[in-house]
Design a protein around this ligand. Structure first.
Ligand SMILES: [Zn+2]
Length: 426
């Protein structure tokens, strides 16, 4: 197939186009995923060129190679806009500690949690990290994800953060997925800086004086992120780090109000961050701050499920206030080791009270907006990147319904088959 060959996706029971304005959707806009029947999608090279009645497109493009959707549901590929997919050893040992009553912060204080992943990653070379991540990203792709954000943040030294970001850059070159790199040097205060006088201040000084400028100079990240949370980075510290990142040309994200209402959402609104993520403990003031900001609220219900926490992000209040909501896996070794994007849609419906259409917009258009990609990713519409996913269901409402099941039959990224032909999951 030459790069300008045409593909025509035919015989889909439904085409969920999510078509509309090329920006984050708010309020009632989120309730319409633009589901079409009798509809085909025409792709030329890496771009969607037409979406319309099947008979019409077949007639006008007789030379196009047809892809038979077999009565399945065709959607934009999912955008997983929050992952920590680059890590070494999985941390399954902590699950039982939590079950026995030890909480996440207590495990962290004992050197577990993020610190365990930091110790592990520092001992590994780039090659080993790439090998582990390739297998894990293939699993994510096998559930219909075509764009994935991957954060650093288990290195917490200049060299180990650069090693992580170089590994992410290699993954972006070697895998057919679209990968967006985020610098999360402010994931934690590293242990060696935590318990020494002035150590904390020294590490933040390194972040703003050395690490952010170097990451920016090497063009290894598009976003910078900070874990703004009680016991991790305070609001003033987060502001200082993110203002430095912005000065160096990075776009901004925040881990905000995950466990406590610490003012993270308010800071995201104040800085006009591209996204504020988690928000299970967001306050009314935080919701109001996001409602007047360009910020996408990225909700990660898989994390609360896995941690066994009853708190839930107030999706309905956020949507009612006009805040655009995205859903993501938070795929990471400690608190959300699931690659199953459609399970997150299930949680969006059953735990957060969203409609199926709202979860579809949250997993496509608004996920793309959370990565500043909404002008080219997240819709099946002319001019958009040909990123598609095909599912073995006949109605889009079955995607969150068959919960935990993997119904994805295949994905295409930039017009090229991504999974399963090139991304087989063993
Ligand atoms: Zn996270």
């Amino acid at each position: 197939m030459t790069s300008n060959a045409s593909l025509l996706f035919v015989n889909a029971a439904q085409v969920v186009t999510c078509a509309g304005p090329p920006r984050a959707r708010r309020g009632t806009e989120m309730g319409d995923a633009a589901v079409r029947t009798g509809c085909s999608v025409l792709v030329r090279g890496d771009t969607i060129v037409a979406v319309g009645p099947e008979a019409e497109l077949r007639g006008s493009h007789p030379a196009a190679q047809e892809i038979d959707c077999g009565g399945g549901v065709l959607t934009p590929g999912f955008v997983d806009s929050h992952t920590h997919a680059l890590f070494g050893r999985p941390r399954f040992d902590e699950q039982e500690l939590r079950a026995s009553g030890m909480d996440y912060m207590e495990i962290a204080r004992r050197g577990g949690g993020i610190h365990a992943s930091v110790r592990d990653l520092r001992q590994r070379d780039e090659e080993s990290l790439v090998d582990l991540a390739v297998a894990r990203l293939r699993r994510l792709a096998s559930y219909g994800v075509t764009t994935v954000e991957v954060k650093s943040g288990y290195g917490l030294t200049l060299d180990d953060e650069l090693k992580s970001l170089r590994a992410i850059a290699r993954l972006a070159r070697e895998l057919p997925l679209r990968i967006v790199p985020t610098f999360l040097g402010a994931h934690e205060i590293p242990l060696e800086h935590r318990d020494t006088a002035g150590g904390r201040e020294e590490y933040i000084g390194r972040l703003v004086g050395e690490m952010i400028p170097r990451v920016s100079e090497l063009q290894l990240a598009r976003f910078a992120d900070v874990f703004c949370e009680t016991g991790v980075y305070t609001v003033p510290e987060s502001r200082r780090i993110l203002e430095s990142a912005r000065t160096h040309g990075l776009l901004l994200k925040l881990h905000a109000d995950e466990l406590t209402s610490a003012g993270g959402a308010e800071l995201a609104g104040e800085l006009g961050a591209v996204s504020a993520d988690h928000l299970a403990a967001i306050s009314e003031k935080g919701i109001a701050a996001l409602a007047t900001a360009p910020t996408v609220a990225t909700l990660l219900p898989g994390t609360m499920l896995f941690l066994g926490k009853p708190s839930r992000a107030p999706a309905r209040s956020l949507i009612a206030a006009g805040v655009p909501v995205a859903l993501a896996t938070d795929f990471n070794p400690g608190t959300s080791p699931t690659p199953n994007f459609t399970l997150i849609l299930t949680l969006g419906v059953s735990q957060l009270g969203m409609s199926v259409a709202e979860t579809m917009i949250a997993g496509t258009v608004n996920g793309a907006a959370a990565l500043a990609l909404a002008d080219r990713v997240g819709q099946l519409a002319p001019g958009f990147s040909a990123d598609l996913a095909l599912f073995d269901v006949s109605d889009v409402r079955e995607l969150p319904y068959w919960y935990g099941d993997r119904r994805c039959l295949g994905t295409w990224v930039r017009g090229k088959s991504c999974h399963p032909r090139h991304l087989r999951v063993s």
